[in-house]
Ligand binder design. Structure first.
Ligand code: NAD
Ligand code: DAU
Length: 358
């Protein structure tokens, strides 16, 4: 079996669901169930004995050690993190606690477990660390996309905390010989995406008749990847990645935020038209994110060359599926938009007075 951390979050739950479609190998899913963790994402596995959910903190080394001893996984796939850049700006402490200290505790528990394995199991064991392209910093308009050798230059408390965990993972390979793999992926979107992030926020706000907030001039560029393509990449790296190596994962889908929002409005105009006018009329420019990275772009050629991975979805197919998923899952949306969610939305957007863009 494998141990997944953070498997009740957006990407982790997609990974667990896809994993159990592709294989019968059981998954132990360790998740603290923070505001971002949601067992409803995994409701289809409620009666499935291949999924063992454990509520717990990756920073609780003794608990992780007990889980490893009990279930004896052949691999750990580490998703658990605080993941929202805006939250890292208003409250960085939780990011250091989970992304740095938590990853350290997890690595220590994994190292003790791996060191004591019998030779063949030790050889086969893998620790796959799921990271982000944000550790590389921000690109200029004409810069080449991030490769695996781009120097680290994290700009937010979130990306700095992820960079710290990447360095720890690297060091555990270099120093102790631990069989680690790291993936650095671009922006994901798809089912179960928590509506604090741009794409699900725009879809849910649009349908609720609320403002569609664009930070700054909306010309920041992100490289979008449909979440199941990210999950497929992780499975490929876990199966055949070279130990100690880093693999960048991206969709070759660079888009300016404003273009993404226009696309979402246009799809909604087709699939769920308003009584009058277009959803585009709800677009509102608001104060920018402090230290906002201007452009991310991923060069994923190493993953394609070495492991034959390519995204299956284009942006056009993936974004249409995503809008349709949100239209079809109103109950899920209503459930996640609970008290705590509303408090965050109020905190993040109340302070961002809307502004006119020429
Ligand atoms: P998410 O915020 O949706 O989910 C994070 C999950 O981790 C939640 O279920 C949460 O309950 C759990 N968690 C948080 N702290 C924990 C702790 N201390 N112990 C155990 N569980 C804990 O995040 P996501 O968007 O699914 O991202 C998953 C991983 O992928 C993160 O490591 C993130 O940095 C990385 N990543 C995300 C993206 C993206 O676009 N979302 C892109 C590249 C990489
Ligand atoms: O690049 C990978 C990263 O992508 C992951 O590591 C992070 O976990 C994930 O959250 C995501 O980070 P971003 O900051 O790029 O995603 P977010 O959806 O928060 O924002 C996308 C872009 O949209 C960014 O330029 C900020 C902008 N934005 C965001 C929100 C929430 C807006 O213009 N308005 C908004 O209300």
């Amino acid at each position: 079996m494998i141990l997944v951390t953070g498997g009740a979050g957006f990407i982790g739950s997609n990974f667990v669901l896809d994993w159990l479609v592709q294989s019968d190998e059981p998954v132990v899913n360790l998740d603290k169930l923070t505001y971002a963790g949601n067992l409803n994402n995994l409701a289809s596995l409620n009666q499935d004995p291949r999924h063992i959910f454990v509520q717990g903190d990756i920073g609780d080394q003794a608990h992780v050690a007990r889980l490893l001893a009990e279930h004896r996984p052949r691999a750990i796939v580490h998703f658990a993190a605080e993941s929202h850049v805006d939250r890292s700006i208003s409250g960085p402490a939780a990011f250091i606690e989970t992304n740095v200290n938590g990853s350290f505790a997890l690595l220590e528990a994994a190292r003790a477990y791996w060191s004591a394995l019998a030779a063949a199991d030790k050889e086969a064991f893998r620790f796959l660390h799921v990271s982000t392209d944000e550790v590389y910093g921000s690109l200029g308009p004409d810069d080449a996309p991030f490769s695996e050798t781009t120097p680290y230059a994290p700009n937010s408390p979130y990306s700095a905390s992820k960079a710290a965990s990447d360095h720890l993972v690297r060091a555990y390979h270099h120093t102790y010989g631990m069989p680690v793999l790291t993936t650095n992926c671009s922006n994901n979107y798809g089912p179960y995406h928590f509506p604090e992030k741009l794409i699900p926020l725009i879809i849910t706000n649009a349908r609720a008749g609320k403002a569609l907030p664009i930070y700054g001039d909306g010309q920041q560029v992100r490289d979008w990847l449909y979440v199941s393509d990210h999950c497929a990449a992780i499975r490929r790296v876990l199966a055949d990645g070279r130990l100690g190596e880093v693999y960048n994962v991206g969709g070759w889908n660079e888009k300016a935020n404003l273009d993404v929002v226009h696309t979402l409005c246009d799809i909604l105009d087709q699939l769920d038209p308003k009584a009058q006018g277009s959803y585009r009329e709800q677009i509102t420019y608001v104060q920018d994110r402090p230290g906002h990275d201007r452009r991310y772009a991923i060069d994923a050629r190493k993953l394609e060359r070495e492991l034959g991975w390519k995204p299956a979805e284009t942006f056009e197919s993936g974004i249409r599926k995503t809008v349709q998923w949100f239209l079809d899952h109103q109950d899920w949306v209503c459930d996640v938009q609970s008290g705590d969610y509303l408090k965050w939305i109020d905190k993040n957007y109340a302070q961002r007075a809307s502004q006119e863009i020429a």
